[in-house]
Design a protein around this ligand. Sequence first.
Ligand code: ADP
Ligand code: NA
Length: 349
Amino acid sequence: PKASTIFSMIQPTGVFHLGNYLGAVRGWADVAKANPDPTTEIFFGAADLHAITMPKDPKQLQEWRHDALASILAAGIDPDRCSVFFQSAIPEHTQLYWVLSNSIGMGYLNRMVQWKSKAGVAESASFFEDSELLSQLKHGLFSYPALQAADILMYKSTHVPVGEDQSQHLELTRAAAQSFNAQYASKKKPFFPIPTTLFAPTKKIASLRDPSKKMSKSDPNKMASIFITESPEQIYKKFKSAVSDSDPAPFLYDPENRPGLSNLMTIMAGVQRVSIEDVEKNIADIKTFGELKKTVSDIVVEDLAPVRSEFDRLKNDRAYLESIVNKGNLKAREKASKTLKEVYDLIGF
Ligand code: ADP
Ligand code: NA
């Protein structure tokens, strides 16, 4: 079915890295360009309420919120086409979160792996069987997928562009919508549309220092990530020190046995919007890892150059960023308050 509302968010928890860029914001820009029909509404948010599920310094968070706006726009998102907003500016998100909390099972939340990775426990960990987790884990980190469900359903979103790591949370969102619909709406006229996940064309980007982990803003090792605001010198330096292996050419994609190499190839494919097979062809003449890293660096440096300069320009224009987000907040609030009113009517408030 045709997209009628496209929605996604990203946490303002640091300058965006290549994974956020290829797995999220550049993909959002592509999706927006592919849906020029103005009857399709588009909302992209900075998920600042989600950001506090891990402790944050207030001054730092304030800075990161603006970095997120500048990064979203620098990635090519047209603010005349898309509403760019702050989650915390729309109180209806937390109101709907409460409502949906009554449609989401504790066991379901307990199976989500994202909070486990943030809490630093195994994917098999259970909140209910681990008394230490039980005493240390905050309710916000455990229940934030319910807030995410509210974020998405708030806009009656039909299409949600995200990276692969979000698939479980999108499943939970669909289950929450179905459960709410079953309780409060008629079978013939479901209230919340069941949102479709639009996975980014780029696979998960791994850490440059440990390809078994994803590249993440929260990784304390800053050499593990390429940030979209980085200078060419820094980019060359980071790729130079990226994990590789000692096998000779040819350089063929093999994530199991050559994860470092395969990650570099995933980055090339993502940046150039080509398949892994094409990357293999393009690098067929390369003989050494050094040359290969130089090639990846060249590609990334060239692609990020305009993003970086646009980010710097926007970062210094606080008034412009404020005007964009104020406009986006108004649009988002208009739709959110309408949905919440309908929800309250259905419930009997
Ligand atoms: P982070 O984990 O870096 O804090 P977020 O949780 O804010 O990032 O995720 C924002 C978006 O970026 C999501 O759509 C997510 O799928 C995508 N994303 C995050 N890390 C990566 C990665 N390493 N590779 C691909 N996509 C990613
Ligand atoms: Na994340």
